[in-house]
Design a protein around this ligand. Structure first.
Ligand SMILES: *Cc1c(COP(=O)(O)O)cnc(C)c1O
Length: 492
């Protein structure tokens, strides 16, 4: 199966090339030229497998330049005792018609592990298949979750190095400690004096510096990114939607063939888009509910057809969804309109004016699969408290989705069995969760982990519970102008 660019359908590459290069040369995103199909018989077989088996089968349908043995090996390595449950992505039935898909049992306690534990295997194999002899250095600017998940994924992976920059004042105590205590011989972490935008801009500048690339090339290295525009990050996420469907059958909530809804807390649109691909494959999904916080660009887009980033940016208690430009939306636009020139036009308008309006036909097709809603921080806190009283502790991102699903059901009367996608452990956002439960939060982040465990009787995930005792390896903070030099020295 070939992949082509959302901005120029004549650019065709193999799966390995799409993963090895990440972004298409014209700035577009790679998409598969056709969508493989799964039917009721496939589901019947998949539901008897464990998560690894399911993931290997699903990924294999898109990666015909990889063997089944290779993919099974990758899955055994990516999803093993680095997760704190043998189920990898367990489905918890909460009430009669609602379940939660917990995607945060991996080493960094957020859903990005589902893809970033897999990506290093896919990427290093893709580079081998493409005959790449140089080593790859992954460069990341992070506002928190992605940096740590990428570090855990790439730590001590042969032929790779990883450098992560985070804003000195822009991440939580826990997030910072997660990164600065990272182990591995091939990792480098540094704070920069500035905010997330400064880190991001600095990284983009390094990627764009051709002289620097030429010097790295001489010493046998090239730079790559681990962000969610890479197909190798999206693909592993398709598997858990299929897996959740299998588990809904296994739990007796639906018959094979019965339809379900998914409600997904959304930022960059990567997670929910993977679900939509699963539906395109034939998974019986009725509707995706796209949940946002007060940065409700996507809610407005789905409801009006106009995407408009010209608005105030809100810092919320669900920070991983504080995003005004959802880059993966481009893949959905392309799939629903089928015209690379139309998509290129929307993206040019977004770059120039910060907004675009899609055709009526296009927004109707999107609305056939997606509904959208958002909620405030106050509503999110109330939802956390209410659900805890009913016996389930959730993080703020998951609580946004839970609230938005309730609103959707009330407005539409839709009673389809539904899965809320849970993207982080509540212990990753202790201060907000404790505050929602009416507790005082005036203490260092690592102390709050113990406090939340005491208050709720739920035990903290081990990677977070043991954080306070770990040695800090990276306490440096550099100026933005020194980022390139730091990377150059690290790769010498
Ligand atoms: C990254 C992230 C999201 C948003 O996912 P997208 O794929 O960017 O839409 C939601 N919740 C958490 C906890 C995250 O880390």
């Amino acid at each position: 199966m070939k992949y082509f660019s959302t901005r120029d359908a004549s650019v065709r590459v193999s799966a390995a090339e799409a993963i090895a290069t990440g972004l298409a040369p014209d700035g577009g995103l790679f998409v598969p030229e056709s969508i493989p199909h799964i039917g009721a018989q496939d589901i019947e077989e998949l539901r008897l497998l464990d998560y690894r088996g399911r993931a290997a089968r699903i990924m294999g349908m898109y990666l015909d330049d990889f063997t089944g043995d290779e993919l099974e090996l990758f899955c055994r390595r990516a999803y093993s005792d680095n997760f704190d449950t043998p189920e990898t992505a367990p489905l918890r039935i909460i009430d009669g018609g609602t379940a939660v898909l917990e995607l945060w049992h991996g080493p960094t306690c957020a859903f990005k592990d589902m893809a970033l534990q897999m990506l290093p295997h896919l990427l290093t194999a893709s580079l081998r298949k493409c005959g790449e002899k140089r080593g790859v250095c992954i460069l990341v600017a992070t506002s928190g979750d992605t940096g740590k998940a990428a570090l855990e994924g790439f730590a001590d992976v042969e032929g790779t190095r990883i450098v992560v920059f985070y804003p000195r004042d822009g991440v939580s105590d826990v997030q910072k400690l997660q990164m600065t205590t990272q182990t591995g011989e091939n990792v480098l972490v540094s704070a920069i004096a500035g905010n997330f935008d400064d880190a991001q801009t600095g990284v983009k500048r390094i990627f764009g510096d051709r002289d620097f690339a030429a010097r790295l090339d001489e010493s046998g290295w090239f730079l790559s990114s681990a962000n969610s525009i890479n197909w190798g990050r999206l693909l592993p996420q398709i598997a858990y939607y299929v897996s959740a469907y299998c588990d809904m059958i296994n739990a007796g909530k639906i018959a094979n063939g019965g339809r379900i809804n998914f409600c997904v807390p959304t930022g960059n649109f990567g997670n929910i888009l993977a679900g939509w691909y699963a539906k395109q494959m034939g998974l019986p999904v009725a509707r995706f509910v796209c949940a946002s916080n007060s940065n409700n660009v996507l809610t407005d887009f789905i409801n009006t057809g106009t995407y408009d980033r010209n608005r105030q940016f809100h810092c919320t208690i669900s920070p991983s969804m504080d995003i005004l430009v959802s880059s993966n939306l481009e893949r959905l636009l392309y799939a629903c309109c089928g015209s690379d020139s139309e998509v290129a036009g929307y993206m040019a308008s977004l770059a120039k004016e910060g907004r675009y309006t899609v055709s009526d036909g296009l927004i109707d097709r999107i609305r056939a699969d997606f509904s959208a809603g958002f909620c405030s921080d106050g509503e999110t806190r109330a939802e956390i408290a209410d659900m805890f009283a009913k016996g389930y502790l959730m993080d703020p991102h998951t609580a946004v989705a839970w609230k938005v699903l309730r609103g959707y059901r009330a407005a539409t009367g839709d009673t389809t069995p539904s899965v809320v996608v849970s993207t982080a452990s509540p212990f990753k956002f202790c201060d907000s969760v404790l505050a929602a439960l009416g507790e005082d939060t005036g203490a260092p982040g690592t102390e709050l982990i113990g406090r939340l465990a005491e208050r709720t009787g739920v035990s903290a995930p081990k990677p977070l519970a043991t954080l306070a005792g770990r040695a800090v390896r990276f306490d440096g903070c550099i100026d933005r102008s020194d980022m390139e030099r730091l990377v150059g020295d690290f790769l010498r």
